[in-house]
Design a protein around this ligand. Sequence first.
Ligand code: S3P
Length: 449
Amino acid sequence: MSPSVITVENKESFCQNLIIQPPQCGLSLKGRIKVPGDKSISHRALMLGALAQGETQIEGLLLGEDPRSTATCFQAMGASISELNTEFVRVNGIGLGNLQEPVDVLNAGNSGTTLRLMMGILASHPKRFFTVTGDSSLRSRPMSRVVKPLQEMGAQIWGRKGNSLAPLAIAGQNLNPIHYNSPIASAQVKSCILLAGLSVEGETTITEPALSRDHSERMLRAFGAELSVNPETNSVTIIGPAQLHGRHVIVPGDISSAAFWLVAGAIVPNSELTIENVGVNPTRTGILEVLAMMGADIELLNEREVAGEPVADLRVRSSPLRSCTIGGEIIPRLIDEIPILAVAAVFAEGTTVIKDAEELRVKESDRIAVMAQQLNKMGARVTELPDGMEITGGTNLTGTDVDSHTDHRIAMSLAIAALNASGTTTINRAEAAAISYPDFTPTLQQVCS
Ligand code: S3P
């Protein structure tokens, strides 16, 4: 690789441009890489650690901006959390129900998981008052999906636009158990209700229309909570009040971060990448099923279980891809991977249809609109659907100026598309990648060298 294939340009206000200029003869990607810790599991380890009695040790925590927001919020409520690092973080929990009233607004930054999960915890802390907010993206994301069930449990919550947008104010209460039928399959909604149910006397149940990621269920059990799961109805019941005990958590690599390398390795000719230590929890492996359907050459090696989560090394070799239709129950199992799957579809033969994914419109950005606009700027043929995209593959992409819209997964997806484009692509506001993958650019440089 010539050193100029990947360049970073620092701009004003901490913004960065990522400039990608593949050589005319094309790239091939090689190597063994490690991806950072799973974002969902990192948040939950910090939160349960803060609520448990005794010490929790976390190995492999994601050092991205989002888990940092979680750590800062819980420190502000009295939890003692050692300096964040990937090796070993100690959390000295203060026991369920013992969070202190913070003296200032709790800021969840860009992180929907921090805000929505934390709201279940705060709403069930009687006699404390909390105010919560986030950055401009988070302040525009719908919170009624957690406010409504929490209010059904007796929570007192106020916010903008009929209590649906942050900043929000919460007066903690003794809550009542409910059975909530969620209209959406969302692990954030499910986890919020389960966390609220921890301190409620009796059975709190949530039923969702399709199964979403189950990291909360696994970790709550591991910390000592009593939980029952009905897989027939996608229902989870927590029996409260619970007692949580600190424990050792090992966070596997994030399959949502590995997804960028899986697609890169599949679409860039003559590539072979091995991604080590990736979490392959079945509620997250929709990406592997879809890439297999598209003809990708991906092998799971060294499959094992680490601290209650399945883990494997993933090897990808480039191969021709074909289009497919993605929709229905698989959507919650690959929701965060749709931007990078759209990139795979651009390089696949035929027309790929992504449907039932309207949730993408309320992520860190409107991922349907933004991916369609940005890929089309590069010469792709992507049509927006109300609930997804139609992507006709087989066009050649040409490098140009694109923008992440400050969305981490958009920044990284566009970088992977740029590896297979001719000419120079400049990804504006690429610093957003640090939300979930602070070392994305150095890893990109490593695999391109
Ligand atoms: C997450 C759940 C998903 C996912 C998000 C992380 C979690 O959101 O998109 O990145 O950790 O619970 P939804 O619950 O809104 O689907």
